[in-house]
Design a protein around this ligand. Sequence first.
Ligand SMILES: Cc1cc2nc3c(=O)[nH]c(=O)nc-3n(C[C@H](O)[C@H](O)[C@H](O)COP(=O)(O)OP(=O)(O)OC[C@H]3O[C@@H](n4cnc5c(N)ncnc54)[C@H](O)[C@@H]3O)c2cc1C
Length: 410
Amino acid sequence: MKKILILGAGTAGTMMANRLVCKLDLKEWTITVVDQHEKHYYQPGFLFIPFEMYSEQDVTRTKQEFIPRKVEYIQTVVELIEPQHNRVKLQNGTILEYTILIIATGTRIVPDEVSGLMDSGWGENAFDFYTIEGSVALANRLKDWKGGKLVVSIAEMPIKCPVAPLEFTFLADWYFTKKGIRDDVEIQYVTPLSGAFTKPRASSVLNHLLENKGVNLVPDFNIMNVDGTAKKIVSYDEKSVDYDILVSIPTNMGDDLIERSEMGDELNFVPTHKHTLQSKAHENIFVLGDATDLPSSKAGSVAHFQAEILTQNILYFIQNKPLKENFDGHANCFIESGFGKGFLIDFNYDIEPVEGKFPLPIIGPMALLKESRMNHLGKLAFKWIYWNVLLRGLPIPLISAKMCKLGKKL
Ligand SMILES: Cc1cc2nc3c(=O)[nH]c(=O)nc-3n(C[C@H](O)[C@H](O)[C@H](O)COP(=O)(O)OP(=O)(O)OC[C@H]3O[C@@H](n4cnc5c(N)ncnc54)[C@H](O)[C@@H]3O)c2cc1C
């Protein structure tokens, strides 16, 4: 039997298992997935937990529930990849050989990378919302907070879901308004970027929105350390911002496995071909989702587009045909903006988010780069789509893996 081995049963790995099991001849191929955890979290839902919109239960299922019956699932830590021997070592001592390896080990926050962050009252007045533990702890802290200085601070790029810190800030404005204490809360958005977002056109729209909501944008802030005693963050050029509650988006890195296996860059992301998703170093290794070093957004929607293209390319690889360079960096992200509204942006490696209608030209019903109620409803519907369509590897009607230019004011 020939073997496909998938490392990681998060968004990307689960989708690949579901897609490949329908496409491969299972008399010839076995598919195995390895992940260290039992639970599958709907990570976009972490955003809503601090604001009492979702509970932990709303975002939690088991991983096994989404792994097809004909795929073997092993729950343990992957210790080492040995590409020269086409095999992987697991923490429980098992050695798995593979014909094709798919790396989908994602990214995680590493608060230790920000000097002083972990000694600054982590879990008391400094938090993250990129983990289930962080978002639940933050919810408990914000519930009875009477106001003060709230600072949202991005340590460095790239981060997964680069719009999530902005959404957090917009929702904080809404949440404290709803609680009647907005005048008592000073909100600052501190970023190493020169504006609110990575892409200039969207950035200018979002900069204005921050301003309209009374949020102070602190751009070009490269954090050097957190001083937990004085409750301030300090940049390399000696600027400082005071806080009462710090919401940090610490450095995002690929898993240590990638470092142990000497397969990554300085942030443990795996060098990957931009359009085919083949590893740059090994032709029978493919990478998708947050684990790649690609300049596309690290988002579930991107992993979904990649999964469609990668499934095709794995079939071509098996048939000894040339791979198709079909991945164009397509990303599609809702941006929750508070008060029951949201934005939607659609872009790729070459085309910035622009105004227009989505997914159908003229009809929409969603508006691009504009605030609307429909976009907010789309964001809420994404949870159902995630569990029932996306993870199961099914196509989303009218939404193609490559970015569609129709309906956009390019
Ligand atoms: C707060 C927040 C909001 C977000 N909002 C959105 C959104 O609105 N829209 C959107 O599209 N995306 C959003 N995302 C991003 C999205 O969740 C991720 O991009 C997506 O989950 C990436 O999928 P992945 O499979 O690459 O990584 P993951 O889903 O993180 O899966 C990686 C898996 O690999 C496993 N793993 C890693 N190393 C090992 C090892 N050594 N051994 C065994 N197992 C290992 C992990 O346990 C994990 O299960 C958001 C993320 C966050 C945190």
